[in-house]
Design a protein around this ligand. Structure first.
Ligand SMILES: [Fe+2]
Ligand SMILES: [Fe+2]
Length: 253
């Protein structure tokens, strides 16, 4: 268990994200307002929390069986996700949100966005590490398995005290404006795409700026150029791209 709140950090109340299955995930905010999930010594507890979520939702086991995935919880993946990519995505999403014009901002719930971006890739703990860390392009079958991580994250976190809005953002964080991402949106889908757009662009930018087993981290310009192609393809709203562009420039990240 986490015994002390480190100096200059305070626990913040992100509804279910603070206490997920027996006080497992602790969300902190530092003096600069950056949020992060506490990790490190508590990996066993985190692992136990994920196992509890699996036990509480039999649908997860059915999905894993369908894709012939062994229900292994990869502690290393969990550590890397909570300590790196999910925090970065959350901070970028918050930065983009803060720069958006008020007419867009008023259509997005900030705390929902924060909570969802902080937890968006939790489902990756169930993706076999040989797929997650493959130093080459994934084949068709591996890509199909990789793509269920957002649904797995949704199913895991459905067992927790999170709102439907947060869960929807987690489930659809790989969707885009053209709805050509995954998983497929329901036919009667009516919600605003703006939250998904912000979390999605933050997720992609964070991933492009990180090193991967198969490539070096891309520069700010390279990453922004890749995302600009998606704007031209109609997958990203220009206003959200412009906010990311400004954020990256202001924070030199
Ligand atoms: Fe993802
Ligand atoms: Fe991600």
């Amino acid at each position: 268990m986490i015994s002390k709140t480190p100096k200059k950090e305070r626990e913040i109340n992100l509804k279910g994200a603070v206490q997920i299955s027996h006080s497992s995930f602790f969300v902190y905010e530092d003096a600069n307002g950056k949020t992060f999930l506490k990790n490190g010594k508590d990996e066993k507890i985190h692992k136990f929390a994920v196992q509890t979520m699996i036990n509480e939702n039999p649908h997860i086991t059915r999905i894993l069986k369908k894709f012939k995935i062994k229900p292994n919880i990869d502690t290393k993946t969990l550590r890397e996700l909570t300590g790196g990519h999910m925090n970065d995505t959350c901070n970028i999403a918050m930065g983009v949100y803060s720069i958006l014009s008020s007419d867009i901002k008023c259509q997005v719930d900030k705390s929902t966005l924060k909570e969802a971006s902080m937890l968006h890739d939790l489902g990756k703990v169930l993706i076999p590490s040989k797929i997650l860390n493959k130093p080459a392009k994934l084949n068709f079958k591996e890509r199909k398995i990789m793509n269920i991580h957002s649904t797995l994250g949704y199913e895991l976190l459905k067992t927790q005290n999170l709102s439907e809005e947060t869960l929807a953002l987690i489930k659809y964080h790989h969707q885009n404006l053209k709805h050509s991402g995954y998983p497929t949106l329901p036919v009667n889908h009516t919600e605003s795409d703006l939250g998904v757009q912000i979390i999605s662009i933050a997720d992609k930018y964070s991933a492009l700026r990180e090193a991967r087993v198969y490539r070096r981290p891309l520069s700010r310009i390279e990453s922004l150029l890749i995302l600009y192609r998606e704007v031209r393809e109609g997958k990203i709203l220009p206003a959200i791209y412009n906010a990311l562009f400004k954020y990256a420039e202001i924070y030199d990240c």
